[in-house]
Design a protein around this ligand. Structure first.
Ligand SMILES: NC(=O)c1ccc[n+]([C@@H]2O[C@H](COP(=O)([O-])OP(=O)(O)OC[C@H]3O[C@@H](n4cnc5c(N)ncnc54)[C@H](O)[C@@H]3O)[C@@H](O)[C@H]2O)c1
Length: 254
């Protein structure tokens, strides 16, 4: 894919399964990485691995659920790398209790607030921080990590997860309209079931059952999501904005 070499990418949830694959994909294309995660050990290990392969990579440890922490991380990373050209709002959590999604009458308000803060508010915070540079330079790319569970009912996840992933679809459309005149595109990804640590929160039988009702009869890999993310950020997607692409092997097709 073209147009990624030399671009600076800020990626949240970088140390997770999909985040790491996205980081490695951008590094392979010659992009410069600004990695954010609250898991410092894994984030620093990824930074070091990317550097060992010749990439320019920096890591900022942050809990992205607050604006102050996002501002701090963005400040540290842009001091090292300059303004952000590509923002990937990848971070996401999907809490379960004993492998089960809590129902509305069981849901602790604190858990609801945490999911909204991490999955949704962090996307706004990072876009708020990165978009002034994109607007000023009249170029930018934003990729929001939604989910098929934001588009269709999915009994594996809880309502807070579905609600935040649906909200990211609205943000994607709205920001695409706001930023289009500055040549900033905003798109979303809707992965299906992808083999990452996030899946370990539910029993294996559930993941097997999903594979059985997926058109391609298997779960996806983080690299398959990363490839779609790279496409949205590349020159090949320069006339694509406000769109959401399912990377789901034909699960929960809408
Ligand atoms: N794995 C799937 O099947 C699947 C399906 C659809 C969508 N998604 C979405 O893809 C994205 C990545 O998922 P994943 O499977 O790689 O998850 P993961 O659990 O492997 O990784 C998530 C990463 O986010 C980090 N993180 C969590 N809370 C944070 C916080 N408050 N501040 C900073 N970092 C924080 C974690 O440390 C971890 O490194 C998420 O938005 C998820 O909702 C995943």
């Amino acid at each position: 894919m073209s147009g990624l070499a030399g671009k600076t990418v800020l990626l949240t949830g970088a140390a997770g399964g999909i985040g790491e694959a996205i980081a490695r994909g951008f590094a392979r294309e010659g992009a410069r990485l600004a990695l954010v995660d609250f898991d410092a050990a894994r984030g620093l290990a990824l930074r070091d691995a990317l550097r060992a392969e010749g990439a320019e990579a920096h890591f900022a440890q942050a809990d992205v659920s607050t604006y102050a922490a996002c501002e701090q991380a963005h400040g540290e990373l842009t001091a090292a790398l300059g303004g952000i050209d590509i923002l990937v709002n990848n971070v996401g959590i999907s809490p379960k209790t004993q492998g089960r999604a809590l129902r509305v009458w069981e849901m602790p308000p604190a858990e609801w607030d945490q999911v909204v803060a991490v999955n949704l508010n962090s996307a706004f915070y990072m876009a708020r921080l990165c978009s002034p540079h994109m607007v000023a330079q009249r170029f930018g790319r934003v990729v929001n990590m939604s989910s098929v569970a934001g588009k269709a009912y999915c009994d594996i996840v809880a309502a807070h997860y579905a609600a935040t992933k649906s909200a990211l679809l609205g943000l994607t459309r709205h920001w695409a309209a706001e930023l289009g005149e500055f040549d900033v595109t905003v798109n979303g990804l809707a992965p299906g079931r992808i083999s990452t640590p996030l899946l370990k929160s539910v029993p294996q039988e559930i993941n097997d059952a999903v594979a059985r009702v997926t058109a391609l009869r298997r779960l996806g890999t983080p690299e398959e999501v990363a490839d779609a993310c790279l496409f949205f950020a590349s020159d090949e997607a320069r006339f694509v904005t406000g769109q959401v692409l399912d990377v789901a092997g034909g699960w929960l097709m809408t």
